[in-house]
Design a protein around this ligand. Structure first.
Ligand SMILES: [Zn+2]
Length: 348
């Protein structure tokens, strides 16, 4: 590991070349990755660039079932024809008289909605993003362990991920998400300390919440608009029987701007302080920006600068993973630039 001057931030990215350059189907919006990387590299010119090793699904298996991971691996080998097929069945238990015999049948079994599609690109990207999340977490833990306690410089690793991950559950994907990247990183980091996952995507991080719900070593927090996925994300969801208080949902009324958002952010930051974590995992979406996400939240791009500064002020070793964005490249790029410039300013 590179020696650094005392307290000089240690910044890295764990970027899969496949995820960086793959043209995913429009609905998965690779602009989140390209805009994030451009903003991040501009804010932190001395970033260490790390490349994940393919792991054949090993990182995904730390939070997902073997049969689901096998299905996604099978998806990498399917012809491109699945990009557009209309899927009108969601295999609720009552519908499943027999075990699915075809890829289409397993597709209905393993995704909880109709928009998430196991194209070869999506499946390969999911495997590589999961691998990068696990390896990025190990890099961060190694960076912290390499310094004497109390003398660690602030450290961050960016793991640009496509498809995104925060809606994916252990046994099924959905909401365009296949593997729960934030949960994979959090589970890995929890081997060497307490972890907080803070999700600032416009939508509730229901997958992250569900995967980690009963783990008292990990606090999951989601600030989101009331709404999608409609069946989770409520304030009364506070953790499983073995982990009371380990989940904090901060739903905001539809259409909220930063006037309503800022107090929720401060509530989240206070909860993080009380939990005294060793690490932070940040699930970074841009769809709370007013032009994106169908207006469910209405943050200005400049508000992302405040988000970057306030979260950086925690000075926690942080892994950042990328979640939602809806294809508006300019507004994504401007929000990402404000976010990482604000972060860098705080750490200077
Ligand atoms: Zn979202």
């Amino acid at each position: 590991m590179k020696a650094t001057a005392k307290n000089e931030p240690v910044i890295a990215e764990m970027t899969s070349p496949y995820v960086e350059h793959q043209e995913f189907p429009d609905i998965v919006y690779p602009t989140s990755v390209t805009a994030t990387l451009a903003a991040f590299r501009s804010a932190f010119p001395n970033v260490t660039r790390l490349v994940p090793e393919p792991d054949d699904g090993a990182a995904a298996l730390t939070v997902h079932s073997g049969d689901y991971v096998d299905f996604v691996k099978e998806g990498t080998r399917r012809p491109d024809g699945l990009t557009k097929f209309p899927l009108n069945v969601i295999a609720l238990p009552e519908l499943r008289v027999s075990e699915p015999r075809t890829f289409e049948g397993r597709h209905a079994q393993y995704f909880f909605d109709e928009v998430t599609r196991a194209t070869p690109a999506v499946c390969e990207g999911a495997l590589q993003s999961a691998a990068a999340s696990g390896q990025g977490a190990r890099w961060l833990a190694g960076t912290v362990a390499a310094q004497p306690a109390g003398q660690q410089p602030p450290a961050m690793v960016l793991v640009p991920s496509r498809p995104p991950g925060h809606h994916a559950l252990s046994t099924v994907g959905g909401g365009l998400c296949v593997f729960a990247n934030a949960a994979i990183a959090a589970r890995e980091l929890s081997r060497s300390g307490r972890v907080v996952v803070l999700d600032i995507d416009q939508d509730h991080g229901n997958g992250t919440q569900t995967v980690l719900y009963d783990d008292p070593s990990i606090l999951t927090i989601s600030i989101h608009a009331e709404g999608w996925p409609h069946v989770a994300g409520f304030a009364e969801e506070t953790g499983g029987p073995n982990a009371p208080g380990s989940n904090l949902n901060l739903p905001l009324p539809t259409g909220s701007d930063f006037t309503a958002y800022a107090p929720a952010l401060e509530t989240a930051l206070e909860a993080i302080g009380r939990f005294e974590p060793t690490y932070l995992v940040l699930a970074l979406g841009y769809d709370a920006q007013w032009e994106q996400g169908f207006g469910a939240l209405r943050l200005q791009s400049e508000d992302f600068g405040v988000l970057g500064r306030r979260i950086a002020a925690l000075r926690l070793p942080t892994l950042v993973t990328t979640e939602g964005c809806y294809g508006y490249y300019e507004s994504t790029a401007v929000a990402a630039t404000h976010f990482f410039d604000g972060w860098a300013e705080q750490w200077r």
